[in-house]
Design a protein. Structure first.
Length: 238
């Protein structure tokens, strides 16, 4: 017997009641997040890549997102390019992206759950690279993934009934800057923005029944579509 607040309970009764207690979840599924480990890990990887560029400048040429090289079979550039940034003496690129990830990453990770947040980030980065592959030439930076998080913020705020005007202003200003500031890959930014919003919508509006299976299946479907695009389409840049 076990001592309880209302007397004594048998061991089997305690175990059975424990099975019936619903485990806490993040708003859109997954375990609740106390420490945003994925956000800090992504920041660390980006910084380590940048330090690598400081030591060896050829890192950019070997791992940047390059449509011709991806078409030639170096598909890993579609992800490695998203962790590289404009090399020194240009520091604003990585500073802005890491600041944005630091500001919005933890909250989004707590809302989506760590695995779903990581999926949104990586798929948005991939979506930006696919857009560059189709209509651009080369790019570096986490901006596609960051813009994907902007899109995710909008979807999450809308789904939870929050005021989305601030998010729309944020997205609008950054989209304008994308076309005003020279040397920015608009393909990477917009590709990441659309992908982040799409994947987050699939997560946030998933049916309550079989929600986890639906979220996993749709994320894999987006990944498969991008793989097929790269396999069967030729980049405009040749």
């Amino acid at each position: 017997m076990r001592v309880a607040s209302v007397g004594h309970q048998c061991v089997e009764c305690v175990r059975e009641s424990g099975r019936n207690i619903r485990q806490a979840e993040a708003p859109f599924g997954g375990r609740p997040v106390t420490t945003p480990v994925v956000t800090w890990t992504l920041m660390a990887i980006n910084v380590l890549f940048y330090l690598g560029e400081v030591v060896d400048a050829s890192l950019v040429d070997r791992f940047e997102m390059s449509a011709p090289w991806v078409a030639a079979g170096e598909w890993w550039r579609m992800l490695t390019g998203a962790f590289l940034h404009a090399p020194p003496p240009s520091y604003w690129h990585i500073l802005f992206n890491m600041w944005a990830l630091y500001v919005i990453g933890p909250q989004l990770e707590r809302m989506l759950g760590s695995l779903r947040f990581g999926a949104v980030y990586l798929l948005a980065a991939l979506g930006g690279s696919v857009a560059v592959y189709l209509t651009g030439s080369a790019s570096v930076g986490a901006s596609g993934a960051i813009y994907g998080l902007f899109g995710a913020m909008f979807v999450v705020a809308r789904r939870l009934g929050f005021d989305v005007r601030g998010v729309l202003w944020l997205i609008g200003i950054n989209v304008v800057l994308t076309f005003v500031i020279p040397g920015i890959s608009w393909q990477g930014h917009l590709g990441g923005l659309v992908t982040g919003a799409l994947v987050t919508a699939l997560f946030a509006y998933a049916p309550s029944r079989n929600r986890k299976a639906f979220q996993l299946g749709t994320a894999l479907a987006v990944l498969a579509v991008y793989v097929l695009i790269v396999v069967f389409f030729t980049p405009l840049s040749g």
